[in-house]
Ligand binder design. Structure first.
Ligand SMILES: [Ca+2]
Length: 337
């Protein structure tokens, strides 16, 4: 009987060790690389109120326990929220849950949300509540068509812009002259959650959206040759004009991507890089995804295998634990009777 118990115990220990190794593999690149100092999450404790706060806000921004409202559904509002910790990650992915909603029908609502990775923070201005001629990256979720000649695209329209401080955002043309890419997406007044992800890794900028309640990412922008420095700030801003909307940020979750760089790249001073784009659109066939880290991306073969293995091991562990507990109980019962 003793031998059986030793065997069961050893088997149990081995299985638990194996299980934890497998689980480590699966979470790699996800939860354990969430960077809390660059993330904004419910219930936004201490946001803007304390000296230790990692987020600062400005203008019409209202922080509740379940959302950060950059503007309410009223005219001529501007608001923003900014991470106060500069980001020194070379490769990152930002997941933004947002909600744009209001009473405006058809196209009578505006203007939208902008997401920022810029040198300066808390500089109010005319570009969705932030300064023009900025240094860095902007992703615009533009809900109002200003350019009546640009009827070839439907709004809301999501676009990206990289600026070295010299270019103006042309509001009247919805930023078309400076945009690097974009897509149309129905994102207003949705009952389900709407997400946008920005990935920057090895000079490649990818924007994905998940707005159709399918829990999967759809590619919106994918361009190579993008150079962005480290040490900039993440932020979000929104503005209303004659037309309005509630522009809410529910969360901004920053993930570090584990990507290898060459020694030359590592030795470079990344804070000195000037924001630029060398290649306007990368060829679609040049896709070799380094991490596959987007939320809801279909599982690859080995992940399915690991999940199945996990499930199987879980069942075995349960059975073994059950057997040990049952055996102990039997022994205790023997002692009592
Ligand atoms: Ca616009």
């Amino acid at each position: 009987m003793g031998n059986v118990r030793v065997f069961l115990r050893t088997a149990l220990v081995l299985l638990v060790v194996q299980l934890s190794v497998v689980l480590c593999d699966i979470t790699d690149g996800n939860a354990e690389h969430l960077k809390r100092e660059h993330s904004l999450m419910k219930p936004y404790q201490g946001v803007g109120n304390s000296a230790s706060s990692q987020w600062d806000f400005w203008g019409s921004t209202l922080v509740t326990s379940s959302y950060v409202r950059l503007t309410s559904d009223e005219r001529s509002k501007q608001g923003s929220i900014w991470n106060t910790v500069p980001c020194h990650l070379k490769d990152w992915e930002m997941h933004v849950q947002f909600k744009i909603h209001g009473s405006g029908k058809k196209s009578l609502h505006g203007d939208g949300i902008a997401l920022w990775y810029t040198k300066d923070k808390l500089h109010p201005g005319p570009v969705f509540g932030n300064q023009d001629q900025f240094l860095g990256l902007a992703i615009f979720v533009d809900t109002f068509r200003n350019d009546l000649h640009g009827m070839d695209r439907s709004f809301p329209f999501i676009s990206a812009m990289v600026n070295n401080g010299s270019v103006n955002y042309d509001h009247g043309k919805d930023g078309r002259s400076s945009e690097l890419g974009g897509c149309s997406a129905e994102i207003r007044n949705k009952d389900h959650d709407t997400y946008l992800a920005i990935r920057y890794s090895k000079g490649r900028l990818t924007v994905m959206i998940d707005v159709e309640d399918k829990n999967e990412w759809r590619e919106c922008i994918d361009i190579g040759g993008v150079r962005l420095p480290t040490g900039y700030f993440f932020g979000a801003s929104a503005a209303t004009g004659d037309l309005s909307d509630n522009h809410d940020i529910i969360s901004m979750k920053m993930y570090q991507l584990m990507v290898e760089h060459t020694p030359e790249e590592e030795n470079q001073d990344w804070t000195k890089i000037e924001p630029s784009v060398s290649l306007l659109k990368s060829p679609k066939d040049n896709i070799d995804d380094p991490t596959g880290n987007f939320r809801g991306t279909p599982l690859t073969g080995w992940k399915v295998f690991l999940l199945l293995l996990c499930a199987l091991l879980g069942i075995v562990v349960c059975a073994v634990v059950g057997a040990v507990v049952f055996q102990k109980r039997q022994e205790r019962n023997k002692r009592f009777y």
